[in-house]
Design a protein around this ligand. Structure first.
Ligand code: GAL
Length: 436
């Protein structure tokens, strides 16, 4: 649990991030904070997010457009860094300084923590007027509420347990179809290697290591194991033989990545698959936003398949915006308009077409969506009734940020240190899971 006093500690770190300001490569410049018409300052919405890669930036530009059409000015507060760690540090410094943005991309259990600080606005008026309770899956609505009141609005549903593959690379390597089990996967990876190409495009950043690990563990252990280990944080599961197998498999995946992986941004790893340099990437379906932005077609240029062993499961990652308490009535009205726009059908369609995710709003027309999105949509519904629908721990959906942060570091240390034994890796991740 964080507190506002603890937040102050983040200020120094935040100023370093702002000063070092590393932008994801190949990302377009953030949209200028201007509006075509003169708009009073109170009617400007400042929105913090970390969507700076190609497909992400296109997606958020649609929200800006919709808000401008409603007569509001958009102040873009983009903090680069996939997974959002940088954005969260910068956000904390702004809140500590008493100057929060109107809205910020905050998700999962962190919403509860921010609400407990008393800094979030109550969105019930908009939620009632727009019937959010009937438009959202209950599992999502619950996460957006604090003490029964809406304090955040969901944008989409990302599926994390995807494996992306370049069709031409597979063909060149003699791999007939996307591997369904880890044994099949390693056989395919060998063939790609022999063909002189990189089997796995990986970005060596701790959140990306954790993203791959989560899918490997799910594939090796199944959803029951995943729930015990990553939702209940059960020490027996975390130190089980299944966990050992998961870490062995994870290390084997690393042996198929290239030497330049450390530090690489996720969208550059996706670009390696797009450009036929690499065969596979394990990444959530924001990667599809990159394929789409590059004009690639699913089923033809690239394949979307569940990570080996995970076809009956769905690790969900719901992006959402929490709104901060603002005093001015015009500013509050702008916030309400933003919240209503996000849940509106126009935004839900166009944003998710670009982003690679599926609409979070129920009963949306999926005609314009591609086969990957349709599969995601069907699997979301199917796994919700079979028990295969699980929150992504790597994307802050499953446990409080302090716990997932410690586990993320432990997973990354194991990934980066080939000399660490699997047994030590298991113990260090289990220890991190006990963080309170
Ligand atoms: C996730 C986020 C996605 C995507 C990704 C990479 O945490 O939910 O929307 O932006 O990070 O930046």
């Amino acid at each position: 649990m964080f507190t506002l006093s603890k937040l102050a500690i983040a200020v120094a770190a935040a100023s370093m991030i702002v000063a070092c300001g590393k932008k994801e490569e190949a990302a377009p410049a953030p949209a200028p904070a201007t509006s075509p018409v003169a708009v009073p300052a109170e009617s400007t919405v400042e929105v913090l997010h970390w969507w700076t890669a190609g497909g992400e930036a296109k997606s958020v530009a649609e929200l800006k457009r919709i808000m401008q059409e409603k007569g509001h000015a958009w102040k873009d507060f983009a903090v680069a860094g996939g997974g959002g760690d940088n954005a969260m540090t910068v956000l904390k410094s702004r809140v500590v300084a008493g100057n929060p943005p109107a809205a910020a991309q905050i998700k999962g259990p962190a919403i509860q923590e921010w609400a407990a600080e008393g800094v979030l606005a109550n969105l019930d008026e908009t939620a009632k007027a727009e019937s959010w309770d009937t438009l959202l899956p209950a599992v999502v609505a619950d996460v957006m509420k604090y003490n029964g009141n809406y304090v955040a609005v969901p944008v989409n549903v990302h599926r994390v347990n995807w494996m992306w593959a370049n069709a031409a690379v597979l063909k060149k390597a003699g791999v007939a179809s996307a591997p369904k089990t880890w044994d099949e996967f390693f056989a395919a990876a060998e063939k790609v290697k022999k063909a002189g190409l990189i089997p796995v495009a990986h970005g060596g950043q701790n959140w990306q290591d954790f993203t791959t690990f989560e899918s490997v563990a799910l594939g090796v252990g199944g959803t029951d194991f995943y729930k015990e280990a990553f939702i209940k944080l059960d020490q027996k599961a975390l130190t089980s033989a299944t966990m050992t197998k998961a870490l062995e498999t994870f290390r084997k995946v690393k042996s198929y990545t290239d030497a330049a992986a450390p530090g690489r941004d996720w969208n550059l790893a996706t670009a390696m698959v797009i450009q036929e340099k690499a065969a596979f990437q394990f990444m959530g379906d924001w990667a599809k936003g990159e394929f789409t932005a590059a004009g690639k077609a699913p089923g033809k240029d690239y394949i979307c398949a569940a990570a080996p062993g995970t076809a009956n499961a769905f690790t969900f990652n719901v992006d959402s915006f929490a709104m901060f308490k603002l005093k001015d009535a015009t500013a509050q009205k702008a916030q309400g308009d933003l919240a209503a726009a996000i849940m509106g059908t126009e935004f839900q369609e166009v944003f998710n077409l670009n982003k690679g995710s599926i609409p979070v709003r129920l009963n949306m027309d999926m005609t314009k969506f591609d086969d990957c999105a349709k599969l995601s949509s069907e699997d979301f519904v199917a796994t919700a009734s079979t028990g295969g629908l699980v929150p992504s721990i790597a994307h802050e959906m499953a446990v409080p940020p302090a716990v997932s942060g410690a586990m993320k570091d432990a997973v990354s240390q194991f990934w980066n240190n080939d000399k660490m034994s699997v047994a030590d890796g298991v113990l260090s991740i289990a220890k991190a899971a006990a963080t309170r």
